[in-house]
Design a protein around this ligand. Structure first.
Ligand SMILES: Nc1ncnc2c1ncn2[C@@H]1O[C@H](COP(=O)(O)OP(=O)(O)OP(=O)(O)O)[C@@H](O)[C@H]1O
Length: 361
């Protein structure tokens, strides 16, 4: 397995890019540590597949370098980089048995037969394919075929990294959860470097040691699932991760408070210090961010009109109107609301400030 480094990497599919919007990937520097599981998360079109294909060698970047353990592989093929890949749709040989399919990458590398047999048995066991090992792939359903693809990705121990491009898309929803857990377990056993592309936050958060969130051709945050939830570095991360997403309220800063439409929210010294330079610039957008989980309904505070309460059994989502903005609060089942007006408290340690979409302080 390899430590993967991207140096001043950018990519445009256009021959003469000039505008930032001409780039599928904007300039980035990044290090992927050996042996970790990364999820590449973002909406459709943000550049995930382009980045994955640059790491694998299927696409040569228009700018910058890719290094594997310090060696420049920018122009090397996937075979030369020693990468295993699992795609969205199963890649299996229908006329071969499941065991032959799993053995294929090892036979290609001319491993001794006993070693191949042992490894195939191990991987089949991990993915619960043992009962069908002797069956031809042709007769199997899409779920089992994709498990074979996953197995072929996992079977070689000597790969630099295994790259997955939305591998669970074709899998039946009730099996997805199980396979995701399985992949995590397998990773804990093999500790190969894994990069897993998905647009599904649950998939990313349950699978990865670290999640890389992409938006509009840029990496906007790299962090543990907890960090992405508690301190989104960009408003997009706050909105994309969590359900419902983060509340964002346009504000101005006045005498140490954020003034929102409807009330004042005290800011910490660190936030005020962080935002000072931005305020001197005089232009741009400031927003208060708070997760629905952390917004409190108290006996006093910023008044807001309750517009809806959705009782979801274990908790309720309360929708409130604050000036011209709408906010949501997640309440435990022990909390009850009385009346049409609620008072909102913004706990300082949970309240975030964003300047032009970037976290301040
Ligand atoms: N071969 C190509 N030629 C030209 N433009 C491309 C090509 N492949 C991707 N793009 C463009 O590059 C941008 C990033 O696409 P990419 O497929 O990397 O995003 P993604 O995040 O993987 O999206 P999805 O989840 O839909 O696959 C998009 O605007 C897309 O239209």
């Amino acid at each position: 397995m390899a430590r993967i480094e991207l140096k001043a990497l950018a990519h445009s599919y256009k021959p003469n890019p000039t505008e930032p919007s001409d780039y599928a990937l904007r300039p980035m520097d990044m290090v992927w540590q050996s042996g970790r599981a990364y999820a590449l998360l973002g909406p459709s079109g943000c550049g995930k597949t382009t980045l994955l294909n640059i790491i694998s060698g299927l696409v040569t970047p228009s700018h910058g370098q890719v290094l594997f353990d310090g060696t420049d592989v920018t122009r090397a093929s996937p075979e030369q980089r020693n990468i295993a890949q699992v795609f969205q749709f199963p890649v299996v040989y229908d006329t071969m048995t499941v065991a032959e399919n799993l053995a294929f990458p090892l036979r290609n590398r001319k491993l001794p037969k006993p070693e191949i047999a042992t490894r195939v048995a191990e991987v089949a066991e991990m993915l619960e394919l043992t009962p069908v090992l002797k069956r031809r792939a042709r007769g199997l359903d899409a779920d089992e075929k994709q498990k074979i693809s996953l197995g072929r990705g996992l079977v070689r121990k000597d790969v630099a990294a295994i790259l997955f491009d939305e591998p669970l898309t074709v899998i039946d929803p009730h099996l997805k959860w199980q396979l995701r857990r399985k992949l995590k377990e397998v990773h804990e056993q093999v500790r190969t470097s894994l990069i897993y592309v998905t647009h599904d936050q649950v998939e990313a958060l349950t699978f990865a040691d670290e999640v890389i969130v992409m938006y509009d051709g840029q990496v906007v945050q790299i962090g543990t699932p907890q960090a992405l939830f508690e301190r989104p570095a960009h408003t997009f991360v706050g909105y994309f991760i969590g359900s419902p997403g983060i509340n964002l309220l346009p504000c101005v800063v006045d005498q140490g408070d954020a003034v929102v439409d409807g009330g004042r929210i005290p800011l910490s010294a660190a936030m005020l210090q962080g935002v000072a330079g931005f305020l001197q610039g005089g232009a741009g957008t400031l927003e208060i961010g708070i997760r629905p989980e952390f917004l409190e309904i108290a006996d006093s505070g910023v008044p807001a009109a309750v517009t809806a309460v959705d009782d979801l059994g274990t908790h309720a989502i309360v929708t409130l109107r604050l000036g011209s903005a709408t906010v949501k609060a997640k309440l435990g089942e022990d909390r009850r609301l009385s009346g049409d007006t609620a008072f909102l408290r913004f706990p300082p340690e949970r309240t975030l400030l964003y300047a032009d979409s970037r976290l301040v302080g």
